[in-house]
Unconditional design. Sequence first.
Length: 141
Amino acid sequence: MEIPKMISGGKYSDERGHIIFNNDFDISEIKRIYCIENTDTDFIRGWTGHKVQQRWFSAVQGSFTIKLIKIDNWEAPSKKLDISEFRVNSESLNIIYIPGGYATAIQAVESGSKLLVMSDYSFGEIVDDYRFPIGYFEKLK
């Protein structure tokens, strides 16, 4: 079983400027990309999950906290599931990999932050979208 992980990027600087990069990220599975920009830093976008669809997240501006839950039952998940947390920022091209089977809650840490989302399915290719109210899971802080 695959688990979420951080794919670390980096930054190179010299007299010409800066390059941020991620040489370890394989984009061969990507079929769709889009950006998320929350209304403000208090808003938490979630919980949205996918049984099958894989996603990759990277901050292209600002920073985000991404909370994840491994869903145990898609029709009626336990409200006491553990929540893991990742943080990405635009200072390096770190990418969070999220395999199918997880729900996410996304919160911008800085005003004006933009999150690049990549998916291995085209829009409408499969029906694999599950939404739960933001307060559904008890361990959300």
